[in-house]
Write a protein of this length. Sequence first.
Length: 299
Amino acid sequence: MPSVTAVRTAAVPLRSVALILVSMFCFAVVDALAKSVALAYPANEVTFFRMLFGLLPAVAVCLRGKPLVERLKHMDVRGQTVRALTLLGASGLFFAGVPYMPLSEAVAIVYSETLLVIVLAPLLLKETLKPRDALAAAVGFIGVLLVVRPDGAYTNWLGPALLISSALFGSLSIIQIKRIRASDDSGTTVLYFTVVGTLVTGASLFFAWRTPSLAALGTMALLGAFATAGQLLMTMAFRSADAGALAPYNYTSIVWAALFGYVVWGETIGAVALTGIALIVGSSIAVAVRRKEAEGPLV
């Protein structure tokens, strides 16, 4: 007789699996494109164009279904604003830190946001910290240390510090999603985030700006398009399957990041760093599976 976990895994719609896999590929493309331009342009400028070029597809999605005016009329403005600013911080800090580390290691560090949620949820959401979750978080943070300083060669901690800060802001964004009113649909959330991000980063251009070449502008346009596509595909996947059930597929973006890093920049992953990545991914999946099991069987 198959285990309960096996039955639940089998119950995940194949369409949702396909959508999340394509979504993770899109995000990996975003990370690679971001690294290619972040080496030459300020992080706030890269973030601005990522938001600007994501506006049109975000608006297009919101025009479907319920009227846009009706969506905005009942929107949780305060909750959405906090969520948008924290996610914007996570995005900008990632773009700032990714030039300093191999792409796959940078992505792996940012994925530790799931583990930070475990630590912060008892403080911000009054949730109970389960011993198994605490152990998984501790294992994952050991993995982060291995990735950040696998052989003691890092003398510049700027990149790792920026990426860990990105993970922190990402975890705050995840927690904020639980505080937003359930009436706010995913399309509204994506559009509001994109608008706020465009305005905030647009204002920041007065402090740091470098006129982009036509090629760089095209790259950042692709970055925005792939980022919005990834968000929408992930939202579609979560509509028909639980986030916990899809968690193992989320980390395929690290595989793509490693491949892009090797092909484009000749980056390789050492054994110790690879062990660290495995600890981060394994502990994050363990937490997702435990929480899925705690919710009871799928119906």
